[in-house]
Design a protein around this ligand. Structure first.
Ligand SMILES: Cc1cc2nc3c(=O)[nH]c(=O)nc-3n(C[C@H](O)[C@H](O)[C@H](O)COP(=O)(O)O)c2cc1C
Length: 396
């Protein structure tokens, strides 16, 4: 469950900080991307070189990177980068700061900026842990939906025996993994997503295509895998990185796309066709490059197969969602398209709104089903993907 996730690990000033190096390795082993923040006190116990080498990223401590240029570390950006934040070891002092909402360090400001799930692994001597202030702070954190990973009983650095030993790194990773497994709302669901444009060949060097970049389909694939689905991404030619845990199948033409989707259709639960598939392809593909001529030439086009319609016609249990790009009478045309093609929902893409449609990182969509219409604000394609997959969750 951690593969491909962005883990923000905060290390604070406990003797258990030496274990944070192992923790970074465990996260990396499970396929996560790791960035580390340290408190001033943590550096008494572990070095930035160790943490940076293991995490393959610079370690953060201060707001200001360079006094001369004024370059600074952005706590808001780092907080929103994180898919989860782990504070391990968490000292009594840090736990108290988390409760009070203090923001006088880069670490605490990042914590306050982070909307992702937070996991706190306390580490301290038994009496510090038993102390009523610590206990009441821990309870408050739990009440605020922060996940507290209970420390173990055993021998402590002070030589005393009792409860306060930070949970072992492997166990912390297992705990977090289980947390995400429980939240994996699309677990065991097979979702096929198509993305990008198609290329319809004219001759060996030329083709007809469109401006689709595939960003929307890739965002959907990424969100679906985060929710635990088995995701196959049938992709037209794009220059995007394949999301983690996603099986990508590259295709060029509409025919190839149809072939790859059709042969998988029986075994999938959800099909989301976000690819900008060509409606027409050249009737004949010249076997040699068409030479430049003095007179005009014309290319005769024939209709491509309608992948969505053909598959929705034979669907059984599958939920089939299409995309529509309309330049006029959007809602009406999209609704008709959904009915005509027997779809469960259609996502109407706006080309008329600034920042929406092809190429942008943002999109403005309306989700139309036979019984309702949900209009969404202009938002990043990652957030649009969340809205669409929330709908999928309601259907399955
Ligand atoms: C050798 C040594 C070990 C310490 N171990 C712990 C510990 O395990 N847990 C704890 O809560 N504080 C421990 N402290 C005290 C913290 O380092 C101290 O409260 C510090 O202010 C914590 O700062 P931070 O929470 O910003 O990292 C230790 C201090 C020293 C000198």
């Amino acid at each position: 469950m951690l593969s491909g996730k962005n883990v923000l690990l905060a290390v604070t000033g406990s003797i258990a900080a030496y274990k944070s190096a192992f923790l970074v390795r465990e996260f990396i082993k499970s396929g996560a991307f790791v960035k580390v923040i340290v408190t001033e006190a943590a550096l008494q116990f572990v070095t930035t070189v160790t943490l940076s080498t293991l995490s393959k990223n610079p370690v953060y401590k201060d707001f200001i990177k360079d006094e001369n240029t004024g370059e600074w570390n952005n706590h808001v950006d780092l907080g929103s980068w994180a898919d989860l934040m782990v504070i391990a070891p968490a000292t009594a002092n840090t736990i108290s700061n988390l409760v009070s909402g203090k923001a006088d360090s880069f670490f605490l400001s990042t914590f306050l900026s982070c909307n992702a799930p937070v996991f706190v692994a306390p580490a301290m001597d038994l009496d510090m842990f038993k102390n009523k202030s610590t206990q009441s702070n821990i309870q408050l954190l739990s009440k605020r939906s922060i996940n507290v990973i209970e420390p173990n009983e055993g021998e402590l650095a002070s030589g005393l025996e009792g409860k306060g030993r930070m949970e072992e790194p492997e166990e912390i990773v297992t705990y977090i993994n289980n947390y995400f497994l429980e939240k994996a709302t699309l677990k065991n669901l097979n979702i096929l997503i198509s993305a990008g444009p198609t290329y319809e060949s004219i001759d060996p060097v030329r083709f007809i295509s469109n401006h689709s970049t595939g960003k929307m389909g890739y965002a959907l694939a990424n969100e679906a895998q985060k929710r635990g689905a088995n995701v196959q991404l049938v992709s037209g030619p794009v220059s995007l990185k394949t999301p983690e845990n996603v099986q990508r199948i590259d295709v060029k033409s509409t025919l190839e796309m149809k072939k790859e989707i059709t042969k998988r259709f029986d075994k999938i639960d959800v099909l989301i066709m976000s690819a900008a598939v060509a409606d027409y392809e050249p009737k004949n593909i010249a076997s040699n490059k068409i030479k430049k001529q003095d007179q005009e030439i014309s290319i005769q086009l024939k209709k491509t197969p309608d992948i969505l319609k053909d598959l929705a016609k034979i669907k059984k249990k599958q939920i089939v969602i299409g995309f529509a790009l309309e330049t006029e009478n959007g809602i009406e045309n999209a609704y008709k398209k959904m009915k005509r093609k027997n779809l469960d929902a259609i996502i109407l893409n706006s080309l008329t709104d600034t920042g929406a449609g092809f190429g942008h990182d943002t999109n403005k969509v309306t989700l139309i089903t036979p019984s309702e219409k949900r209009e969404f604000e202009l938002k990043t394609k990652d957030l649009v993907a969340i809205d669409i997959l929330n709908f999928v969750e309601e259907c399955v």
